[in-house]
Design a protein around this ligand. Structure first.
Ligand SMILES: Cc1ncc(COP(=O)(O)O)c(C=O)c1O
Length: 392
């Protein structure tokens, strides 16, 4: 007898990122012997600082290999509480902090635990793919709020409020942002906070790039008056400590919100990995000179790219304030973002990501990641400028 094992309906609108297709295409060029420069990658090109790696090895040697608390080790949660107190003046107890398997897991927990089928969540466009797809898995609807380059990727309060309906339950905030590298200013954060309070919305803020900031001081929306009580803060170790493969992050929220998040985490991962938590604690409690050096290098690369990209025919860009991404406006070339990426890949073997991967607002843009060496960036710029001269 034949069985049709169809996927659950909730998976219908959750495709994998198109970035995977781009990587596959570039692999084909590499197999054919071409030297491809990868500017599509969303992870640090640095290795995890040695003291963190050694701490995990020590932990393994000390048999730190058993189940632990569902919320994560208390000592790690206390270290996170200390960071939030010192860095942002925010007070959280260990009972208000939970260790997750990366921010991706935190996004999943927040949306699955707090969105009902039919609910709406406002998400930034352009924005990180999970913000669009995870609500769909929850049976909810992601409604895009536009962030325009012409407004420095800041929030248009009237447009945002117009999107709020009786079904709206949550607003997602991401600053510094993937893919634009922009940082929400005080006015934007205030506008979101006021709307969240007025319409009784939960705010989920993805602060994963908080420490990769080149200008000014980072403020999380949870710092604004009356916001701590309605905000789930997500943060992690992947980017600042170059720990993408370790799969560890955390969330902070008031005691009143944590219980369903904790139960869902139990039912998805049982508990976070024990020895990795020990290494994460070492990361938080050591000096962060290695991470600071990475940020200084990202900044040097950003300055180089900002200057160079604006000289490319048909291209222009703004100076991002954080992350390791830059959005390049390619409208002047007359190509769509997908056609541009395809053209650049096939003529000069540089991989970029079409802005449309991050939402409809990404049309006319491509994202470059500068989590690669300066040498590679120089080669990429040389190749791209030659390729673009051909189309003039
Ligand atoms: C905005 C944003 N949030 C979350 C993540 C995932 O982070 P993690 O490795 O902690 O799951 C990424 C990764 O690219 C990201 O860009």
């Amino acid at each position: 007898m034949k069985h049709a094992f169809n996927q659950a309906d909730r998976m219908a609108n959750a495709p994998l990122s198109k970035i995977r297709d781009i990587i596959e295409k570039s692999l084909a060029y590499e197999k054919a012997g071409h030297d491809v420069i990868h500017l599509e990658i969303g992870e640090p090109d640095f290795d995890t600082p040695k003291n963190i790696t050694l701490s995990a090895i020590d932990a393994l040697n000390n048999n730190d290999v058993h189940y632990g608390p569902v919320m994560g080790k208390v000592s790690l949660r206390e270290s996170i509480a200390k960071k939030y107190q010192q860095q942002y003046g925010l007070t959280y107890t260990a009972n208000e902090i939970m260790i997750t398997q990366g921010v991706a897991h935190g996004i999943f927990l927040a949306m699955m635990a707090y969105l009902n089928p039919g609910d709406e969540i406002l998400v930034p466009d352009p924005g990180y793919l999970c913000y669009f797809t995870v609500p769909e898995i929850a049976g909810a609807k992601a409604i895009s709020y536009s962030l325009n380059a012409s407004q420095g990727y800041q929030v248009d309060t009237a447009l945002l409020e117009a999107l709020i309906t009786p079904k709206t339950r949550m607003i997602l905030v991401n600053s510094p942002a993937n893919p634009s590298g922009s940082v929400l200013d005080e006015h934007s954060l205030m506008a979101i906070a006021q709307l969240a309070i007025k319409h009784n919305l939960l705010v989920v803020t993805d602060d994963i790039y908080a420490d990769i900031l080149f200008e000014g001081e980072f403020s999380t929306i949870a710092m604004l008056p009356d916001m701590r009580e309605r905000t789930i803060v997500l943060n992690g170790f992947s980017k600042y400590y170059a720990m993408t493969g370790w799969r560890i992050g955390y969330l902070l929220c008031p005691q009143t919100l944590i219980d369903p998040l904790m139960r869902l985490s139990f039912y998805s991962i049982a508990c976070p990995v024990s020895f990795i938590q020990t290494a994460a604690e070492t990361a938080l409690n050591s000096n962060d000179d290695a991470s600071r050096a990475m940020v200084a290098e990202y900044r040097r690369r950003r300055d180089f790219l900002y200057q160079q990209l604006n000289t490319l025919p048909g291209c222009r860009c703004q100076k991002p304030a954080g992350t390791f991404y830059i959005m390049l406006n390619i409208e002047g070339t007359g190509m769509t973002s997908e056609a541009f990426c395809q053209y650049i890949l096939e003529t000069c073997y540089v991989t970029l990501v079409p802005g449309t991967v991050f939402g409809a607002k990404g049309e006319g843009y491509v994202r470059l990641s500068y989590a690669t060496s300066m040498e590679n960036l120089k080669i990429a710029i040389d190749r791209m400028s030659q390729a673009l001269l051909l189309i003039r």
